[in-house]
Ligand binder design. Structure first.
Ligand SMILES: N[C@@H](CCC(=O)N[C@@H](CS)C(=O)NCC(=O)O)C(=O)O
Length: 92
């Protein structure tokens, strides 16, 4: 299961576009950075840098932001989508 903690920002959208293009299922959990929700203890435990996005893949690789997305994309490319991986890692 992949959980994405995000708000409507460019960096967050990069992560979800990547997941969509890789055909992966995920659940979005809104973190309103305008209200400081990225600084709560719960979110800080997910990402000590207190940023969005955070992707947590409870079945495999996980971690904060672009690095986690790249990891998801590399996983997808190992199966079928090497072009997707090349294009998307160029966005990071
Ligand atoms: N390189 C990081 C950048 C993340 C980032 O800067 N996120 C911003 C929103 S686009 C954020 O969480 N800002 C809230 C804050 O700095 O308090 C990534 O891609 O994950």
């Amino acid at each position: 299961m992949i959980d994405v903690y995000m708000w409507s920002t460019t960096n967050s959208r990069r992560a979800t576009v990547g997941l969509e293009e890789a055909g992966l299922q995920y659940t979005i959990h809104p973190i309103n950075i305008n209200e400081g929700e990225q600084k709560t203890p719960e979110h800080t435990a997910r990402n000590p840098y207190q940023k969005v996005p955070v992707i947590i893949d409870s079945d495999g690789p996980g971690g904060p932001g672009g690095a986690a997305a790249a990891s998801v994309w590399r996983g997808a490319s190992a199966n079928s989508a090497s072009t997707i991986s090349r294009v998307m890692t160029s966005w990071l």
